[in-house]
Design a protein around this ligand. Structure first.
Ligand SMILES: Cc1ncc(COP(=O)(O)O)c(C=O)c1O
Length: 411
């Protein structure tokens, strides 16, 4: 985590000024997180990880392109300054809202299903396309984010590629890109296998191929002491593939990375206020009740993901294991849970009402996955600029907005 996000005074001021729950992003950290990706020919940010416009602008200014997966993300990327030729639209289907924008802006499409080829040809004519390959295996920090293998809905099954080539040719589409993304939270067990799995695809589309995207999914070390992702090894193994393909095809093949999490995870914290404490008197049942819940940050509930939690006031107070839970009318609304909802208390001091807790490393898939469950408005997001100035980049949703559409409909 960046030093600026550890500055108690600044975070206390921001919480006082904007209320809680509050996401705070350090844009200098976002910018710095691009550096390890300089060994690739290009880096394409997966907007879904954190689509705040200030974050998107920072990554664009840092030289990243972007990957978008919905009409809404296309609009966001445009609002952040990305040109249409800096975007790739990735999907396994073409919904109506995206069809219009893909056609209007002439977006390059990364097709995750063979059936999309007809859609692309109909919308855009004889254009260049990328194919997302399902190599037959996957990996991820959870089954729910494993995106390769026979049970994944993503990508074109590797054995179907020869038929897909014939279909693309018949439609006049030129396959200039191949993409593979086997899951999120990769530890690197399958890097060699993934590169090798791309060999037949590269040979099959060699006549027109310009670029291979090795996807994103690089793991982030959420737990203290966890091993950081070995980017050098990852890039080195993929570079061996790129050299082999460039040699065999007799022209340079570009290698692109498509990270989300690793660019933003440690750049964000979530501030939440302690609203009460309680206990059943049994071991592991000391609860700290806070104003953020799974409507604010759903990763622990959805994946059993660990996020370190600390008391902002810090100090040398003695700690005991405590559960941290939110305000929702759901027993699943607990931040300190592992897989399957197993309690995973964290060491915290005894806390007073009104104290602030910091939930760490929430820059990726935090605010981006927030909801209005229990009719609670979306939280505010503040950014700290590289010069230290701060900006309320997105105010909390006005509770009236939650009602407005329905009130309008009812008349
Ligand atoms: C196609 C694609 N590319 C890139 C990413 C980014 O993954 P991560 O945030 O784990 O790096 C995702 C995430 O789901 C994805 O589906």
């Amino acid at each position: 985590m960046d030093r600026r996000l550890q500055r108690q005074g600044l975070l206390t001021e921001l919480a006082a000024a904007h209320g809680t729950p509050l996401y705070v992003y350090d844009l200098a950290a976002v910018r710095r997180n691009l550096e390890p990706f300089e060994c690739f020919d290009s880096v394409r940010y997966a907007v879904k990880a954190n689509s705040n416009l200030a974050v998107l602008r920072t990554l664009r200014d840092g030289g990243a392109r972007c990957e978008v997966v919905s009409a809404g993300e296309i609009e966001r990327a445009r609002a952040a300054g990305f040109e249409p030729d800096e975007m790739v639209y990735t999907a396994d289907l073409m919904d109506r809202s995206a069809r219009e924008l893909v056609a209007e802006l002439g977006l390059h499409v990364n097709a995750g299903s063979a059936s999309m080829l007809e859609d692309i040809a109909e919308l855009r004519g004889a254009v260049d396309v990328t194919l997302r390959v399902n190599p037959g295996f996957g990996e991820g920090h959870d089954m729910k984010v494993t995106t390769g293998g026979p049970h994944s809905k993503h990508g074109i099954w590797h054995e179907e590629l020869p038929a897909v080539r014939r279909r693309a040719e018949a439609l006049g589409l030129r396959v200039t890109g191949l993409h593979v993304h086997i899951g999120s939270g990769l530890e690197g067990r399958f890097i060699e296998r993934t590169v090798e799995a791309m060999d037949p695809a590269v040979a099959l589309f060699g006549e027109t191929l310009l670029r291979v995207s090795c996807g994103g999914g690089m793991s982030f070390p959420y737990r203290p002491g966890a091993t950081p992702f070995d980017m050098q090894r990852f890039a080195a193994i993929w570079s061996v593939g790129r050299e082999r393909w460039s040699r065999s095809l007799g022209r340079p093949i570009q290698l692109e990375a498509e990270p989300g999490r690793l660019l933003v995870a440690d750049a964000g914290v979530l501030l939440t206020e302690v609203c009460g404490v309680k206990s059943t008197g049994r071991e592991g049942s000391s609860f700290v009740l806070v104003d953020a819940g799974f409507h604010t940050m759903i990763r622990p509930l959805l994946y059993g993901s660990f996020h370190r939690i600390s008391a902002l006031a810090g100090g040398d107070r003695p700690t005991t294991p405590k559960m941290v839970a939110g305000p929702l009318c759901e027993s699943a609304d607990v931040f300190t849970q592992g897989k399957g909802g197993a309690p995973e208390p964290q060491e915290l001091p005894d806390l007073e009402r009104g104290e602030l807790l910091v939930i760490h490393d929430v820059g990726a898939y935090g605010a981006a996955m927030a909801s209005c469950y229990n009719s609670r408005p979306l939280p505010a997001e503040v950014v700290i600029h590289p010069d230290g100035s701060t900006l309320l980049a997105r105010p909390a949703m006005d509770p009236n907005q939650l009602l407005a559409l329905e009130q309008e409909a009812l008349g």
